[in-house]
Design a binder for this molecule. Structure first.
Ligand SMILES: Cc1cc2nc3c(=O)[nH]c(=O)nc-3n(C[C@H](O)[C@H](O)[C@H](O)COP(=O)(O)O)c2cc1C
Length: 352
């Protein structure tokens, strides 16, 4: 039976308006990306992974990841760490910041993270993994979700044993990206494991991995019984993929729309990160927005070499003059960040 991708579902008392979840992606899932995702039809968005040690030490940059705009909800903030007590404390801060869900990262395969006992290492340590989930779910009243890979080694099925234990420990949703940590992003996500996980737990499961089209989303939902699909790389510089998957609108964007969205994204990112940081951060987005046959390859290279973001904007407008009108419309429809941004509660800073 085909699932209606525009139907709402729930994680306990949190209503998620569509079946598409925007993936957490380190170095990508800034607030501008999440707000854009919601605008294009993602029912739930997620922050990139936030270090619980960084939160514990009130690291200014880490605290910045907790800034939530009112039009992002429902939103999950993802935390990573290997120590249950520190993770519980981080979860309290995430809840105080206003997140609707606390998501725990048991999937990150990167050595810098795994060597600290966080991320995918937890897949091979079920007792510690369960005690992290127990500590976090005891610490907060919002629902707790866990995002995991299939296991550490290729062919591993660790997620099938671990999943039910994490649910017993308090997880109210599981997201499975059925690649091994060893695989990184090679090969394919094996969603037959997602189907088996769905059979073993009585909480909603979100299927992550290689969902790039509406047809694929329908196939994954129908063959796994998952509650929702998660979309990651397909949405990088491409919010239209979400719109197409949710089924609102099939057409590819015009060049003017692409340029207008990119410039809006640049403006929001500058507000969020500051001009200096945004300059480097945005470079990878030029290729993502302007690629996919939308502009000649040389154009991206030209932009990357420009010194200031003002020059980049000028060059973009010159390549698609009509974009100014599209941008004006987007800005009318889209409240400015300062109108929706919430300050962090003082308790998060430790009260001075
Ligand atoms: C650049 C990048 C950064 C990622 N960062 C995170 C992260 O911070 N937390 C996480 O749980 N998964 C992270 N992932 C994994 C994605 O959330 C997702 O599970 C994976 O990309 C598979 O989905 P896709 O095929 O739709 O991209 C990241 C993936 C990419 C490509």
């Amino acid at each position: 039976m085909q699932v209606n991708l525009r139907s709402a579902w729930r994680i306990r008392d949190v209503e998620i308006p569509t079946r598409v979840v925007l993936a957490p992606m380190a170095g990508v899932s800034v607030q501008a990306f999440r707000r854009q995702g919601r605008r294009y039809g993602a029912g739930l968005v997620c922050s990139e992974m936030v270090s619980c040690a960084g939160l514990e030490h009130r690291n200014e940059r880490t605290l910045g990841y907790l800034r939530i705009a009112s039009d992002e909800h429902p939103l999950a903030i993802q935390i990573f760490g290997g120590d249950p007590a520190t993770m519980a404390e981080a979860a309290r801060m995430v809840e105080a910041a206003g997140a609707d869900l606390v998501d725990i990262n048991f999937g990150c395969p990167v050595r810098k993270v795994t060597k600290t006992g966080a991320g995918a290492t937890c897949l091979a340590e079920p007792v510690r993994a369960a005690s992290i989930v127990r500590a976090v779910s005891d610490a907060v009243s919002v629902p707790v979700s866990v995002k995991m890979r299939r296991g550490l080694e290729n062919g591993s099925r660790a997620c099938l044993e671990l999943g039910p234990r994490l649910v017993d420990a308090g997880a109210e949703t599981l997201t499975l990206h059925p690649r091994s940590a060893q695989q990184m992003y090679t090969g394919e996500a094996d969603h037959s494991l997602t189907a088996q996980l769905v059979e073993r737990v009585d909480v909603p499961v979100i299927a992550s991995g290689d969902v790039t089209s509406r047809a694929r989303a329908h196939a994954v939902l129908a063959t796994t019984g998952a509650a929702a699909v998660m979309v990651g790389r397909a949405a990088q510089g491409n919010p239209w993929a979400i719109r197409q998957i949710v089924g609102d609108y099939d057409a590819d964007p015009s060049r003017e729309e692409v340029v207008a969205e990119l410039i809006l994204f640049m403006r929001e990112t500058i507000r969020e990160l500051g001009e200096r940081k945004a300059t480097g951060f945005l470079k990878k987005f030029y290729g993502w927005y302007l690629g996919r046959g939308r502009f000649p390859r040389t154009f991206k290279q030209e932009l990357v070499e420009l010194k200031t973001l003002d020059e980049v904007k000028e060059r973009l407008f010159a390549a698609a003059p009509g974009a100014e009108f599209v941008l004006a419309r987007l800005e009318r429809e889209h409240p400015r960040l300062d109108e929706v941004e919430l300050d962090l509660p003082i308790s998060i800073y430790g009260g001075g």
